[in-house]
Design a protein around this ligand. Structure first.
Ligand code: DC
Length: 233
């Protein structure tokens, strides 16, 4: 059997700021799989739209975003210092610019645009074609890879999630309030679940992981058990 045949697709979906990326990255490192953060792709499009006048004063001009899509090329390049891939738009490194509160406040509206989703979903399907990937997002187990062999759905208490994102942003020197972050977390939950195209929902065959009170090590032990079970099936 070839190596590709042994490798599977692991879909990690769930609410924002649940630690999906940290967890998915740790799983990928442990298994020697490629980690793909699909949220970073939606954020990269949002940043580009902000920088090119398609979002002004928080108002998203959908037609302008769709026009810009044609000129956006997204690539990932592995960064050994981070142990993960950095995201580039048209060859420019944007990794450090896509997680600001300004991008966070607009990304749900940009990710609800059908043309944005179809372009990014097609890219994600191509990236997972050879399997051996851990992909984190909102619609991986339902839309991008409905045939993924292992699907996780992550959730955690919104207050715990807001505190985590607050700690992350303040550690980077951003001036934010915990209240604003919690409002953003709750608004994004609502927007992600209620959009008409590919809303956030748990796939029927996904396993739920509520990590409100779990360390990354505990989550990893939980995951390895599920992974071994799935491979044995
Ligand atoms: O995971 P994140 O918070 O970085 O994601 C940013 C936004 O992108 C989030 O509000 C929802 C959207 N998103 C999506 O619609 N589909 C995905 N597969 C990943 C993210």
């Amino acid at each position: 059997m070839s190596d590709t045949k042994h490798k599977i697709i692991i879909a990690v979906d769930g609410f924002s700021s649940c630690g999906k990326s940290t967890f998915a990255k740790a799983i990928a490192a442990r298994l020697g799989y490629i980690f793909i953060d699909t949220g970073a792709m939606y954020r990269a499009v949002t940043l580009y739209a902000l920088e090119h006048g398609a979002i002004r004063s928080g108002m998203v001009d959908e037609e302008a975003v769709v026009r810009l899509l044609a000129e956006i090329t997204i690539t990932f390049r592995f960064n050994p210092d981070r142990g993960a891939s950095d995201i580039y738009v048209n060859g420019n490194l944007v990794e450090g610019k896509i997680r600001t509160i300004e991008v966070s406040n607009c990304v749900s509206r940009v990710s609800a645009i059908p043309d944005v989703r179809s372009k990014l979903v097609a890219m994600q399907q191509e990236m997972g074609r050879r399997r051996g990937v851990v992909m984190d997002g909102r619609d991986i187990g339902t839309v991008v890879f409905p045939d993924a062999e292992l699907k996780l759905f992550m959730t955690a208490d919104p207050a715990v999630r807001a505190q985590r994102r607050y700690d992350e942003l303040t550690a980077k020197g951003e001036q934010v309030s915990l209240e604003e972050i919690e409002r953003n977390v709750r608004e994004r939950d609502k927007a992600d679940m209620s959009r008409t195209i590919s809303p956030l929902r748990q796939a029927d065959d996904a396993i739920v992981l509520d990590n409100s009170h779990m360390t990354v090590a505990e989550q990893m032990a939980w995951f390895m058990e599920k992974f071994e079970e799935r491979l044995a099936q």
